[in-house]
Design a protein around this ligand. Structure first.
Ligand code: ATP
Ligand code: MG
Length: 337
């Protein structure tokens, strides 16, 4: 067999790793979770299988999420995670190593960038290119970023929310908030504990958020049963939660996200702000799927806000579109090569 390589675009998210293969499109989305044996440090499971172990591991197994707040928190495990999925997508028989376009949050330090670059190389890349997530998000949303016109994107992931105004291939104003889906889950855990004396797990909280969560006051009421441990009796107990309660639980982090968007708008030059009013705010990332969030953001800013198509894949799609035209990428779009 002749050697071939599939060049890859990768969004190494806090919650999910996504891969785009050149000529094929988005081929993989799996949780960024690795299960490790506590003693030997041996890797037991990666991706979806490891995610199902979160909060359910006996003492000798740890389920680790190696990315935190959008950056690498555990280098070795990140490398293992990358290697696993690069091999899975490339096929083990390919012996030319792939070129990889990989996303990094805007405004991370040089050290953090170099760590991502290094991890991709160690995991099997022949050459690695870095692109800032908001730029990839805008490209993936179908925005022509090379025009002298303002575009605002809001990417709400698991770990961070990135708000950016982009024009002429670059970021004009941005803010990276360490608030994302994880913080929303945590807010639900804390609410249920405080108001109902019930301890629930993070995965349960996430399910509640996805099923009945809402960011918009007065959205129609929905209900979900949650199971946890009663903090008084110590025994398992089931509780019926309403979406009104989940709204209340989420109010604080949701308000912080809205404030972050407002603060970037305040720092946006007037001509670009006027473009944004015309075109609207484009939202992506799994967190943007929270019911009522686009509507809330529209009302709070006075600017229409809408979801990109397939919000969880927008960033990796942007990386993939860059990959398809690596030879002619305009100056400044890639932050390292
Ligand atoms: N329908 C939904 N409603 C609310 N939140 C959702 C929904 N679907 C997914 N999410 C949340 O989206 C988040 C994952 O989104 P995404 O894959 O974009 O994050 P990521 O790119 O891995 O993280 P980051 O960009 O912060 O590194 C999780 O917190 C998940 O709970
Ligand atoms: Mg993301």
């Amino acid at each position: 067999m002749f050697g071939f390589s599939t060049d890859l675009g990768i969004d190494l998210g806090t919650a999910n790793l996504k891969v785009y293969a050149r000529g094929r499109g988005v081929v993989l989305r799996e949780p960024s979770v690795v299960a490790v044996a506590t003693g030997s440090q041996r890797i037991l499971a990666i991706g979806e299988e490891a995610r199902r172990m979160l909060g359910r591991t006996p003492g000798e197994i740890r389920a680790v999420r190696p990315m935190k707040d959008g950056v690498i928190a555990d280098y070795d495990i990140t490398e293992a995670l990358l290697r696993h999925f690069i091999e899975k997508v490339s096929g083990r028989r390919s012996f030319i190593r792939p070129r990889i376009v990989i996303c990094v949050p805007a405004g991370v330090t040089d050290v953090e960038r170099r760590a991502v670059m290094e991890a991709a190389m160690q995991a099997g890349a022949r050459k690695t290119y870095l692109i800032e997530e908001p730029v990839a998000a805008a490209i993936g949303a179908g925005i022509n970023i090379s025009e002298p016109s303002g575009n605002m994107i809001v990417d709400i992931g698991g770990g961070t929310t990135e708000v950016a105004v982009i024009s002429l291939n670059g970021i004009v104003a941005s803010e990276s908030l360490r608030i994302g889906g994880d913080r929303l889950d945590d807010a639900i855990v804390r609410y249920v504990k405080r108001v109902h004396n019930l301890m629930i797990g993070e995965m349960t909280a996430e399910e509640v958020k996805v099923r009945i969560g809402t960011a918009y006051p007065g959205d129609d009421e929905r209900f979900a049963d949650v199971r946890g441990r009663d903090l008084v009796t110590g025994l398992p107990r089931t509780l019926r939660l309403s979406s009104g309660e989940v709204f209340e639980a989420l109010a604080e982090p949701v308000t912080a996200i809205v404030q972050g968007v407002k603060s970037v708008l305040e720092r946006t030059p007037p001509e670009l702000a006027s473009d944004i009013v015309d075109k609207g705010i484009v939202m992506m990332g799994g967190g943007a799927l929270l019911r009522g969030l686009p509507r809330l953001l529209s009302e709070e800013t006075g600017i229409p806000a809408h979801l990109a198509e397939d919000p969880m894949s927008t960033v990796v799609l942007g990386a993939g579109m860059i990959l398809e035209q690596l030879e002619v990428v305009p100056e400044g779009v890639l932050v390292a090569r």
